[in-house]
Design a protein around this ligand. Structure first.
Ligand code: FE2
Length: 308
């Protein structure tokens, strides 16, 4: 008699808030990027180093990233070809970011998320054009989290619900998308790192210094957005993640936050909104924007539901 088959259950093992200013890649100077700076934004770059020591590629099978810079008008799109290769140029900072990428996609997980999201009545599509140009938000966060690029990724676009309808509508869709992502990962049998690729406060300077990495020009843009960032960070460091989610709509308006594209809320929902306090690796400004590098390592016993 044949033994009943047991299916290994997958898990979202960790989350990372991984902002994507191209300045960090420029300052780091990896071989894939043409422009190379001399230095700059060290606190954030060392924060990423610290995060990479805490969450290594041995900890996960796939990195799933939601990016504000792959903008789709309606619904969420997912990369779904095994490989994407090309040159990514930042449209605002072509002087800092011209990056040759060659990345692998876990198409099984991408298709599973697509299926679960469709089941939840969310509009989704698979991007099956191998010549599609991958956005710089996805590339920068993935590079800073795993410069060896030796693990496959899944990339999700951000749609316009926050902008077209309201922050509240956008947030509720991101909660559903995160839950669908989590279900897909659990059924896949794989271990996933979920990544919110975004800055916090997002007002920024409108002129660039002659030497971009001249740190005598770098500082917080205004006190109001700094206070908003500190309030949100205070919630996250205490593990008050549900309260943080409830604050997001006001935070978006108060700090003109890049959370408006949904990456943070999707990530929190994909983690199941744990009570786990954030591990803070760094906070710093880039052209005046507020950037937090943070991580959450989850265990099977991580309590769900958050504290009110
Ligand atoms: Fe951005």
């Amino acid at each position: 008699m044949s033994q009943p088959q047991t299916t290994k259950r997958g898990q979202v093992v960790a989350g990372a808030l991984a902002p994507h200013p191209p300045h960090l890649i420029y300052a780091e100077g990896p071989k894939q990027n043409e422009p190379k700076g001399e230095c700059g934004w060290e606190v954030l770059r060392w924060g990423y180093e610290d995060l990479r020591r805490r969450i290594t590629p041995d900890d996960y099978d796939v990195m799933i990233v939601h990016s504000p810079h792959w903008k789709t008008v309606t619904g969420t799109h997912l990369l779904a070809c095994p490989e994407f290769k090309g040159l990514s140029v930042d449209p605002i900072f072509p002087n800092l970011f011209r990056f040759s990428y060659d990345l692998q996609v876990d198409c099984d997980v991408a298709k599973a998320i697509h299926a679960k999201a469709t089941e939840a009545q969310l509009s989704t599509q698979l991007m099956e054009n191998p010549d599609f140009r991958v956005d710089y938000g996805t590339i920068i966060s993935c590079h800073l989290l795993n410069p060896a690029w030796d693990k496959p990724i899944v990339a999700l676009s951000s749609h316009q619900a926050h902008h077209t309808f309201s922050n509240e509508v956008g947030e509720s869709l991101m909660m559903k998308l995160g839950a669908a992502t989590r279900e897909a990962v659990e059924e896949s049998g794989k271990r996933a790192l979920v990544v919110g690729s975004c800055s916090m406060s997002h007002r920024h300077f409108t002129t660039e210094a002659e030497v971009p990495e001249d740190m005598s020009n770098e500082h917080i843009y205004n006190h109001n957005q700094y206070l908003w960032d500190m309030h949100m960070i205070d919630l996250l460091r205490q593990g008050k993640n549900r309260e943080a989610l409830q604050t997001v709509p006001d935070f978006i308006d108060g700090a003109i936050s890049e959370f408006k594209d949904g990456s943070f809320t999707w990530m929190m929902a994909a983690m199941g909104v744990p009570n786990t306090p954030a591990t803070l690796h760094a906070y710093g400004s880039v052209i005046g924007t507020g950037n937090l590098v943070a991580s959450w390592k989850l265990s099977q016993s991580s309590p769900q539901g958050g504290r009110e």
